[in-house]
Design a protein around this ligand. Structure first.
Ligand code: UDP
Length: 486
């Protein structure tokens, strides 16, 4: 298809993500990709998120000069800045509940409001976690509805197959001693997942604060069948066998990932849109880590980050810290101010003491840049889907310590299917951390490096001219334009 045709299209897409870092990151990449192809795109955000993007990410870099057809609108999530519940799993739950209750009329208002010189919205791309939120509204306005799930295909499919797992009596999970039982009835991944590898919401209660019940997860998952099309941030060479199962139910499935790399690739091949420095950060980025990395030897550093929502107990943090220090490897560790429930008072001092020699701890890093730095040789991650894809693109092997949601499935795929590293799920012990860090960085280094490099090449191929995600984006744009209204 023709790229960057000079005049803006009459199609206008409204993109609405769940207001959380991982969701905003990938959906904003898609917004830029569509705007790069001259579609009008309105990115709808909560005021709270938009303000943080303005403060900590430089949203002004997406100005009219670089993306004349990209617009931003905000709605309220019902919380004031001071009483906002934040991004932990319980904070997300509160905001999600509020938007599910009050979002519909707000969405209607946005669709009804016209901006001069911009065509009416012809398509909504809504975060699939909102389930039916946009279904009636899209029908009322007679516009196209597309669902975007920001999780892996393997996790989406594990959700989709939940009713079948209840029918075959493989669910529910019957207590802790059942966790190693093998799940047989997920087509395309038979006998691969143990109960402990199913999405965390399948587990009975206690350990983490569940943002949603399993029933609501199943119902929102199936709601995507009502949409006109479905988008996943993945690529066919990564999740082919699962995708072929999903395609049996979703004839209009567009796999566009890895979206961050897709955007970078399209920008560097477009003379009008040279790579810019926009970062969609919701936290203040500490760039001192880049200087620190510059002074480390090639492949010597293990980068440690558990994403934007993971929280842990003080004891868990201490186990990880001791394991890192005892491994004798250099490490760069992201510890957000809200990482440890109840604060890191008392822990911080000890961490500082122990890291002087070999480590650096910061509050938030430019992760894509960190993973691309030649000093980084491994990633201890919570297996969030964005982090996993970013590690795949950078060719960096992983140790996985999943926290919740899709992370339990992702980490199983990292270790058992893609052979890109080790899975440490459900264990937090300094000896295991030390052993796994050494295995990843020394013992099995070459083996993991080899498979990581191979997968990075496939990721690159998928977003390059002729690759599956590249052609799927062209098809998606054609699909949206075919219904565009003047
Ligand atoms: N991230 C970042 N700096 C950090 C830690 C994370 O920019 O110090 C970004 C990371 O690159 C990724 C996102 O935050 O794009 C986290 O998303 P992910 O899906 O991995 O996990 P979540 O935060 O949703 O649990």
């Amino acid at each position: 298809m023709e790229e960057n045709s000079a005049s803006a299209s009459t199609a206008h897409v409204l993109i609405f993500p769940l207001p959380a870092q991982g969701h905003v990151n990938s959906m904003l990449k898609l917004a830029q990709l569509l705007a790069l192809h001259n579609l009008h795109v309105t990115f709808l955000n909560t005021e709270y998120i938009h303000n943080r993007l303005t403060r900590f990410g430089n949203i002004q870099a997406l100005s009219a000069a670089s993306y004349p057809t990209l617009h931003f609108k905000t709605i309220s999530d019902s919380y004031t800045e001071n009483q906002h519940p934040g991004f932990g799993s319980s904070g997300i739950k509160d905001v999600f509940t509020s938007l599910s209750l009050y979002g519909k009329p707000l969405l209607r208002e946005v669709l009804a409001s016209q901006s001069a010189g911009i065509p009416k919205v012809s398509c909504i791309i809504v975060d699939g976690v909102f389930g039916s939120l946009a279904t009636d509204v899209a029908a009322e306005f007679g516009i196209q509805l597309i669902h975007f799930r920001t999780i892996s295909a393997c996790c989406y499919w594990a959700y989709f197959c939940a009713p079948r797992l209840f029918e075959t009596n493989e669910l529910p999970i019957r207590g802790d001693d059942d966790m190693d039982r093998i799940i047989k009835n997920i087509p395309g991944m038979e006998n691969l997942l143990r109960c402990r590898d199913l999405p965390s919401f399948y587990r009975e209660g206690k350990e983490i604060d569940k943002p949603l019940s399993l029933d609501s997860i199943i119902s929102m998952t199936l709601q995507s069948l009502e949409a006109d099309a479905f988008i996943l941030n993945t690529f066919d060479d990564l999740e082919g066998s699962v995708l072929s199962q999903i395609r049996l139910h979703f004839p209009k499935l567009f796999t566009l990932g890895p979206l961050h790399h897709h955007l970078n690739t399209r920008k560097t091949t477009s003379s009008e849109h040279p790579s810019n420095s926009f970062k969609s950060s919701l936290y203040e980025v500490d760039r001192s880590c880049m200087t620190w990395l510059d002074s480390q030897a090639k492949g010597s550093v293990i980068y440690v980050s558990f994403g934007s929502t993971t929280s842990m107990k003080k004891e868990q943090m201490m186990e990880i810290w001791h394991g890192l220090v005892n491994s004798n490897k250099r490490f760069l560790w992201v510890v957000r101010p809200d990482t440890v429930a109840g604060g890191i008072e008392g822990v911080a001092v000890e961490v500082e003491e122990g890291t002087k020699e070999r480590g650096l701890i910061v509050g938030w890093v430019p992760q894509e840049e960190v993973l691309a730095h030649e000093a980084v040789g491994g990633f201890l991650t919570h297996s969030g889907w964005n982090s996993t894809l970013e590690s795949v693109v950078a060719g960096v092997p992983m140790i996985c310590w999943p926290y919740f949601a899709d992370q339990q499935v992702n980490s199983r795929f990292v270790s058992e299917v893609w052979k890109l590293g080790l899975d440490m799920k459900d264990v937090c012990d300094r000896n295991v951390v030390e052993k796994m860090v050494n295995e990843l960085m020394d013992g099995r280094r070459e083996e993991f490096q080899r498979s990581a490099k191979k997968m990075a090449l496939l990721a690159n191929k998928s977003v390059s001219q002729g690759g599956s995600s590249h052609s799927n984006l062209d098809d998606l744009i054609g699909f949206i334009k075919s219904r565009g209204r003047g």
